[in-house]
Design a protein around this ligand. Structure first.
Ligand code: SF4
Ligand code: SF4
Length: 319
């Protein structure tokens, strides 16, 4: 199981990784968010002003079409708060590209977003929503007072638009991440608990995705403050599972920041590590055919993707 000798501390070098075929373009539309969660790895919040411009959105669309990517994965901050969000979604759908909206649920109650659920449904956007627990106390502790109640109201709007309902093609998935410095539990068992608890409240959804907390930015600061960073890194390294290396998301994904610069993943973007560890590259200046087989920039935080069942923006990498 563990290919890294447990005597190696100080975090051993992460194994080298190369790109395969590009399938997903993940685009960060900016850092503005109506929430400011304690674990947020992009330090998003209401005061952030960074937002992708219309010009960069057009460059993203041009690259997406040229590269023939299958999925456009929109994130932020709250991606819906970017003024060009709907233009980008419509452009992708017109090119028959699947779209994922990483939605924080409470944004559905923001001014100007009253028709958001209907817009997403009309464009068959898959909604992936953060809901770190089915209990109000845990959600509010991690995401802010009153967030649980507002999240449930957001889900009700999505359910009313057909999301997550039995027989509906509109997908609504929830994302769970641990409240602290531990690995996520068995996704199937946790999903059953979510379905039972939320089902009692009349809430419907499709799947629960479990994600490991990455030891970067806000969560890393928290670990440092509490003197637990070394313990958490040891937990991740000791749980290293080599089989996950074949499935880490960076092998088939590119991450684009709000200015249009590209990275191997969202986490590397937050750490300012350009694609492949080279000089910064812009999406308007990227040759798709040259990507396969090129190296991926890795560092100690990558152990967050390979620990236990593994972790990615799509949840665990193995059962
Ligand atoms: S809702 Fe998401 S983007 Fe916004 S602060 Fe929370 S974790 Fe960050
Ligand atoms: S952190 Fe990024 S680069 Fe490292 S393994 Fe995970 S997805 Fe790949």
């Amino acid at each position: 199981m563990n290919a890294i000798p447990s005597t190696l501390r100080g975090t051993p070098r992460f194994p080298a990784l190369q790109r395969t075929r590009l399938e997903t373009l993940q685009v960060n539309l900016g850092y503005r968010c109506n929430q400011a969660c304690s674990h947020c790895h992009v330090d998003a919040g209401p005061a952030r002003t960074e937002a992708m411009s219309r010009e960069t959105v057009e460059q993203v669309l041009a690259f997406m079409r040229a590269a023939g990517v299958g999925t456009l994965d929109l994130t932020g901050g709250a991606p819906e708060l970017n003024a060009h969000f709907r233009h980008l979604v419509a452009g992708a759908r017109a090119a028959d590209v699947a779209v994922i909206d990483r939605c924080n649920l409470t944004v559905l109650e923001e001014p100007g977003q009253e028709d958001l659920a209907d817009f997403l449904a009309a464009n068959a956007v898959r909604v992936v929503a953060s809901l770190p627990c089915y209990s109000a106390a845990n959600v509010d502790a991690q995401r802010g007072k009153g967030v649980y109640a507002r999240s449930l109201r957001g889900i009700e709007k999505l359910n009313a638009a057909g999301y997550g309902m039995p027989g509906s093609p509109l997908e609504l998935d929830f994302v769970y991440n641990p409240g602290g410095a531990s690995l996520p539990p068995d996704p199937a068992m946790l999903e059953a608990d979510y379905k039972a608890e939320l089902g009692r409240r009349g809430i419907h959804f499709n799947r629960l995705l479990t994600i490991t907390n990455m030891p970067i930015r806000r969560f890393r600061h928290e670990l440092v403050r509490e003197g637990r960073l070394d313990d958490y890194m040891t937990l991740l390294v000791d749980a290293f599972e080599p089989a996950n290396l074949a499935h880490v998301m960076c092998r088939s994904l590119l991450s684009v920041d709000w200015r249009g610069y590209v990275y191997d993943c969202d986490f590397n973007q937050m750490l300012g590590m350009p694609m492949g560890g080279g000089a910064p590259r812009h999406v308007s200046d990227l040759a798709v055919e040259a990507l396969a087989g090129t190296p991926i920039a890795t560092a100690a935080h990558c152990y967050g993707c390979t620990a236990g069942r593994g972790s990615s923006c799509g949840g665990a990498l193995s059962d």
